[in-house]
Design a protein around this ligand. Structure first.
Ligand code: UDP
Ligand code: UDP
Length: 462
């Protein structure tokens, strides 16, 4: 983005836990800075993953004009929180340290015009900014369609006695394509209380009291959902919604060696990654490896064996086994470390992306025009996979289910679908069009660019 607004306002940003939440905040900070806004970036400290702390240190060394403040997290007094997910647990740690924000926000100079926070922190942070009479904006880091589910979920859950009858069938929201029951994140359908469910309920309710909602999406892919948000019929009394995406990549982490990719023909390589926090079962990893070998396609595969990177210390050979390691030789490259996905997706050798459909990964595939084979694993990812298919960017084999469902998906089946993806010329040309539309949205006079300017103008009046 570019622009020359003079004397820009000062805003503070507060992300939540995990790369999927941090990355859009980093991109938002870079876009705001380019538009002349002064940014203070408050980082919950310590982070859970190494990927987050490394990204932050590269980011602050590249963007020296952005001020960094630490929110020093307190240990939980009552660690018996119902979740198996360390990232959800970390959301809770941040939420329970939110009161420490007040002195940070009050001390900023010049005073800030607004705080922008993550949707998972809305219900604890909005009371704090209200007490300081500071406008509070929420950055929703998934799609507009997901935001509708998030904002209206508290109206769908029943009491213990009645049960969640609204959630026993597909969810029909206004005139939108229904959300199939099987696409809803499974913990939301559980009877018992769990962290994801309480976040949806508490934050979804409270977000309507924010000063505005920013969504990392854009008109041409989510026009209908954005219209439903703004017509006030489904979610009443909603503050203004700003579709400001796709937040463009800001390359501050260059430098990895992609020598192997440089030697591959254009569009010939399939890239496989399930994001920053999903570890498949070893049995499924091995079937996937078998599928890759059988597909006869060159591949770059990032393997993850544990959810949190600092705990992921097994050797590749232990995860894949000798037999598979040997079969892979000469056919593709397998790594078990962090690769800068932006750089991979922008490489001319990449012709397809087998992805879990994390919302950032979808946006990055869109930005680089790379066709996707979707294999959702958790959370919002089935709803994202449906969108990917509808905009013509990719294919989704719905009967593979969530990653982790039994029985495992067999190598033969995976190989067939990979061949289908890599040979699909229609998908390739459609992906190029999707890329062009996305880039137009954030160019001067594009729909998202205009929303950004409106937002910044609002802050100037505070
Ligand atoms: N990412 C990366 N390298 C990796 C894994 C992930 O650069 O090896 C980045 C990816 O580009 C994206 C983010 O981490 O920006 C992951 O976010 P996403 O929403 O796709 O999925 P999540 O990790 O939250 O499941
Ligand atoms: N999870 C994850 N990445 C996400 C969301 C969830 O790794 O983006 C993991 C999390 O560790 C938790 C599990 O997924 O343990 C919950 O998965 P699911 O949504 O399938 O619910 P389940 O019914 O299995 O509890």
């Amino acid at each position: 983005m570019s622009g020359d607004l003079k004397l820009g306002p000062h805003v503070a940003l507060l992300p939540s836990s995990g790369m999927g939440h941090l990355t859009p905040f980093i991109r938002l900070a870079a876009s705001l800075t380019a538009l002349g806004v002064q940014v203070t970036f408050i980082t919950p400290h310590p982070t859970l993953s190494l990927a987050e702390s490394e990204s932050l240190s590269h980011f602050f060394s590249t963007f020296a004009q952005i001020t960094r403040k630490h929110l020093h997290l307190l240990p939980l007094d009552n660690p018996s929180v119902n979740t198996e997910d360390p990232f959800y647990y970390h959301f809770e740690v941040i939420r329970r340290s939110s009161h420490l924000l007040s002195p940070i926000l009050s001390s900023l100079s010049p005073p800030v015009s607004a705080l922008i926070t993550d949707m998972s922190l809305a219900s604890t942070v909005i009371p704090i900014t209200d007490a300081l009479r500071l406008p509070n904006y929420v950055l929703f880091t998934s799609s507009a369609k997901m935001s509708i589910l998030f904002l209206s979920f508290h109206t769908m859950v029943g009491t213990k006695a009645s049960g969640d009858s609204n959630l026993m069938k597909d969810v029909q929201i206004s005139s939108l394509e229904p959300i199939a029951r099987s696409w809803i994140p499974p913990p939301l359908l559980h009877d018992d209380d769990n962290l994801l469910k309480s976040y949806f309920i508490e934050n979804g309710k409270k977000m309507t009291e924010s000063s505005g909602i920013l969504i990392n999406t854009y008109e041409s892919i989510e026009h209908e959902s954005l219209a439903v948000l703004s017509d006030g019929k489904v979610v009443k009394k909603l503050p203004p919604v700003f579709a400001i995406g796709p937040l463009p990549p800001c390359n501050f982490q260059k430098g990895q060696s992609l020598a192997w990719l440089d030697d591959q023909p254009a569009g010939s390589v399939l890239y496989i990654s399930f994001g920053s926090r999903t570890a498949m079962s070893r049995e499924q990893i091995r079937e996937l490896g078998d599928g890759l070998v059988r597909s006869d396609t060159g591949f770059l595969w990032v393997v993850k064996d544990k959810k949190v990177d600092v705990e992921d210390d097994s050797e590749l050979i232990e995860v894949l086994g000798h037999g598979l390691m040997e079969r892979i030789q000469g056919r593709g490259l397998v790594v078990k470390n962090w690769l800068n996905q932006e750089e991979v997706l922008s490489h001319q050798a990449i012709g397809g992306f087998l992805s879990h459909c994390g919302w950032n990964s979808v946006n990055e595939a869109i930005w680089h025009g790379v066709p996707m084979l979707s294999w959702p694993q958790h959370g919002d990812q089935k709803i994202n996979a449906d969108l990917v298919e509808r905009i013509g960017l990719g294919m989704w084999v719905e009967n593979w289910g969530w990653g982790g469902d039994e029985p495992v998906v067999k190598g033969e089946e995976i190989a067939e679908r990979i061949k289908e993806l890599m040979g699909n010329q229609l998908l390739r040309s459609r992906a190029t069009l999707v890329r062009e539309e996305a880039r137009m949205a954030v160019r001067a006079d594009g729909s998202s660019y205009k929303k950004f300017i409106d937002l910044i103008e609002t802050w100037k009046t505070f």
